[in-house]
Design a protein around this ligand. Sequence first.
Ligand code: S3P
Length: 174
Amino acid sequence: MTSNKNLVLIGMMGSGKSTVGGELAQKLKLGFIDTDKEIEKLEKKTIKKIFDINGEDYFRKIEEKIVLDKLNLSKKIIALGGGSYLNNEVRKYSKKKCFVIWLHWENDTLINRISKNKKRPKIVNLSKRELHNLINDRNLVYKQADFKLNCESLNKSQIIEKLKFIYENKITKS
Ligand code: S3P
């Protein structure tokens, strides 16, 4: 029996969800959804503008609505924003129709990638120590994923190959 499950990528900002998700979808000839892009399309604003003008609570409400809507689709590759999986409803829904993969990296790797990026409003004013704490706290939730992929020793093509293997062997056959 073939499954209609979505493959959902979770993990911290800077973990490569959008980049590898898009390329994976091309390889598998499946539709790709980047939920941050969907939010920007709907709101006609960048995520940074939404945070600046409407605040994080507003962003999280729109994010929940869009993410729950997309998780209900079939056979899609879906990249979630780094905070989405912290939402209880999102975790509950994703257990039904999705296979969730956590792209895991060492804290220092993530911090080096994201700390200078001004487009990420959630972390723009955080110190290194605060970033470590945020990542450690989130990892306690991310670890509820169906699969943890340790990305640290892999290059981008290897990550995509591993995800493709998981989709073809664990997801479509489940
Ligand atoms: C956020 C991550 C961002 C975006 C928003 C909040 C977070 O997505 O949803 O800035 O709280 O981790 P990426 O993980 O795609 O950068």
